[in-house]
Write a protein that binds this ligand. Structure first.
Ligand code: F0G
Length: 476
């Protein structure tokens, strides 16, 4: 570090309870996941030594992008002035971050926007945004002397933890809902050498059990309830702003599951505002899948005029007991970090909404048509933006960034089923019975079976070109 007066030394940070009425503070070296006094979530509070001009912060971060030093090359550790670690911390890195920000003209048109940018966090080393948090959480595990690191997961956290634990040579156990996560994600965890535990029940059950397991001192829990995970993940706010040449977008839209990502982004933007690196906030909006949308339900009931600064009671969020969505990454009914993320949404003037399975599936295919692609959970963003534009909450001329959280190849079965029209989603009929319905996606692109002749291929190509023209008005 060593760039003068603004560095935040580890001893100038603390862990603090997020509940204003409690506000208890704990030392950085304490292995905690919730406040021992009142049980609420903890967050890390940083106290910078003095202030620097916005250009100074930006200048250091820009300069490091060209360096080959692993700390500078990492898109997380490059922003170490805002991370609660000492200069000589033994960082565990896979070169995370540095993910692309794409222009997406077809997705923009689909949403009714003049332009749309996609921040592709699926381009991280294990294919999801989780790596930006895991580098910090596993570094903290090493500092605490943990022997075993654990998480409950819908697949991506597990794959990421398994990789970083392998780098740090720590034992790793991942707990996943059996038969409910994509085989690509499971394959990653197995290959990285984790102890893979498939259990009965859903993600929320796994989360409850893993919290009990991590009461044991030698075991370190790295779900996003862990405040060090959030610290790593918040750096994407700085990286995104740097890619926007520090012009703050009007809206940043993220999917919502367990709510760590939205909480982290919100913290990142708010801290950058406090430091004077930016002079306004983007509106942070969270999109959930309809069948797993407890925060969207709560948001719809809030009186926005009075709730922005009112404390949120712990039982305000009503969990969805049986969450349902084909976007398995966000099949979560009782999100652990909902209070933090709702606080960020309210502080920035954003929203929380939900979208249907059909909207998610079509938005995902459209993102594919921009040559970008993503996993289903990520596509809630574009589906949500389309809704918000149609409802007049986002203007066509506003600047909008959708954060894609996972790579297209994270869930290939979903993709193939969509294009072959075999994707079926649960549907509740009026009499309360549950059926499955075909999604009939609008942008299906199934493979063709042809004779192996030149004529057959040329004929098919010209028919495909005609069909693409018919598609044109929607996307081009
Ligand atoms: N997108 C993807 C691809 C995810 O894997 C997740 C969460 C989310 C969005 C939601 O992010 O939980 O921070 O609100 N996946 C977790 C997991 C739950 O175990 O991999 P969140």
């Amino acid at each position: 570090m060593g760039e003068g007066t603004t560095k935040i030394a580890a001893e100038r940070a603390s862990q603090r309870c997020i509940e204003p009425a409690c506000g208890a503070s704990y030392a950085m070296g304490e292995r905690l996941y919730s406040c021992p006094r009142c049980g609420d979530l903890l967050e890390i509070v940083l106290r910078p030594e003095g202030r620097a001009a916005p250009q100074a912060w930006r200048g250091w971060w820009e300069a490091r992008a060209a360096s080959c030093d692993p700390r500078d090359a990492s898109g997380v550790w490059r922003y170490r002035e805002v991370l609660p670690f000492a200069d000589d911390a033994p960082i565990v890195t896979l070169g995370e971050g540095n993910t692309p920000l794409y222009d997406a003209p077809r997705s923009a048109r689909y949403c009714g926007l003049r332009a749309l940018q996609l921040k592709h966090q699926g381009c991280n080393p294990t294919g999801s945004f989780k790596d930006t948090g895991m580098t910090a959480a596993v570094t903290q595990a090493v500092l605490l002397g943990a022997r075993t690191v654990v998480c409950a997961s819908t697949g991506n956290t597990a794959a990421s933890l398994a990789a970083y634990a392998a780098r740090a040579r720590l034992q790793c156990a991942i707990l996943v809902p059996g038969g409910q996560i994509s085989s690509a994600k499971l394959a990653q965890s197995m290959d990285y050498g984790a102890v893979v535990l498939e259990m009965e029940g859903n993600f929320d059950d796994a989360m409850r059990v893993i919290r009990e397991v991590s009461e044991d001192d030698s075991i370190y829990l790295v779900n996003s309830i862990n405040p060090f995970r959030i610290e790593g993940q918040k750096t994407v706010a700085a990286e995104l702003l740097r890619q926007c040449t520090w012009r703050v977008p009007d809206h940043v839209v993220v999917p919502g599951g367990n709510m760590g990502n939205s909480a982290a982004l919100g913290k990142g933007f708010l801290e950058l505002l406090e430091l004077g690196v930016i002079d306004r906030l983007p509106k942070l909006t969270i999109v959930q899948a309809e069948g797993a949308a407890p925060l969207a339900h709560l948001f719809a009931k809030l009186d926005l005029k009075s709730s922005a600064h009112a404390p949120l009671s712990n039982d305000a969020l009503v969990p969805v007991e049986h969450p349902e969505t084909l976007a398995t990454a966000i099949k979560i009914g009782s999100p652990v970090s909902w209070k933090k993320s709702l606080r960020a949404v309210l502080a920035t003037g954003g929203q929380v909404l939900s979208v249907s399975e059909r909207e998610i599936a079509d938005a995902k295919a459209v993102i594919g048509r921009d040559g970008v692609g993503c996993e289903p959970a990520s596509a809630t963003t574009v589906a949500g933006i389309k809704r918000l534009v149609a409802a007049g909450h986002i203007e066509a001329e506003e600047s909008v960034v959708a954060v894609l959280t996972g790579h297209l190849l994270k869930d290939p079965d979903y993709v193939i089923h969509y294009h072959r029209n075999m994707l079926r989603a649960p549907h509740h009929s009026a009499d309360g019975s549950q059926q499955e319905r075909s999604l009939n996606g609008a942008f299906r692109n199934p493979p063709a079976r042809l004779q192996a002749t030149k004529a057959a291929i040329l004929d098919h190509l010209s028919r495909a070109a005609e069909e693409a023209k018919a598609d044109g008005p929607q996307l081009d």
